[in-house]
Design a binder for this molecule. Structure first.
Ligand SMILES: Nc1ncnc2c1ncn2[C@@H]1O[C@H](COP(=O)(O)OP(=O)(O)OP(=O)(O)O)[C@@H](O)[C@H]1O
Ligand SMILES: Nc1nc2c(c(=O)[nH]1)N=C(CO)CN2
Length: 178
């Protein structure tokens, strides 16, 4: 058995529907779902100077009988495929229908999984810099810790995350509660 925090993001097409469908497809593994936030694109413009549109973001806490952390990566890729995500080799942070990142995974004993395999880096190597991950995460786990970086509560109160917090817009009208 493993538990995981997954970050969901969409900035292409019907953004809310992509998030809703991802939560529905996760089904019974979902333990808790954060609020939805509209967030400015992180990662800068594309090579031609084109700006990425704003995202809708949310975070899910999930549990699975499978002991293998890679099962979360497989699930994430399946959800992205179902949403019709296309990759752009010329722009890493190109707009996408659905992005699912595995933020952190715990074993049945509660140990954090640490991995430097490029296919599954755990915890996610950029999560500690991302208000669009940490703020929704606090909604569902106020005492969360990001392994290697400490309390999520502290991370959102220090720069660079604190500087981005005012740019997040809570979207109370878009609940993802199953
Ligand atoms: N923790 C992780 N969660 C999701 N993908 C990961 C993780 N660690 C490594 N990867 C790998 O990263 C690769 C690129 O994933 P993806 O295209 O979703 O990145 P991205 O979402 O655009 O960028 P970022 O990694 O900065 O969020 C994938 O091949 C995947 O195997
Ligand atoms: N606001 C926001 N920006 C991003 C996001 C995201 O989910 N939200 N995902 C990215 C790649 O994982 C890159 N930039």
């Amino acid at each position: 058995m493993t538990r995981a925090v997954l970050s969901l993001g969409s900035n292409l097409g019907d953004r809310a529907a992509h998030l809703r469908e991802a939560v529905a497809a996760l089904g019974d593994v979902v333990m808790a779902v954060s609020g939805v936030y509209e967030t400015p694109p992180w990662g800068g413009p594309g090579p031609d100077g084109r700006e990425s549109p704003p995202y809708l973001n949310a975070v899910v806490l999930a549990v699975d009988d499978d002991d293998d952390p890679y099962a979360w990566l497989t699930r994430a890729r399946q959800l992205e495929q179902t949403a019709g995500r296309a990759r752009d080799p010329g722009w890493q942070y190109a707009p996408r229908t659905l992005d699912v990142d595995v933020i952190t995974v715990w074993t049945a004993e509660g140990a954090s999984v640490v991995s430097d395999d490029p296919d599954l880096v755990l915890p996610h190597p950029r999560a500690h810099q991302r208000a669009f991950v940490l703020r929704p995460w606090l909604d569902i786990q106020p005492y969360a810790q990001l392994p290697g970086h400490g309390w999520v509560y502290d991370l959102v109160r220090a720069d660079p995350v604190a500087a981005d917090l005012p740019t997040l817009r809570p979207c109370a009208e878009l609940s993802l509660e199953p």
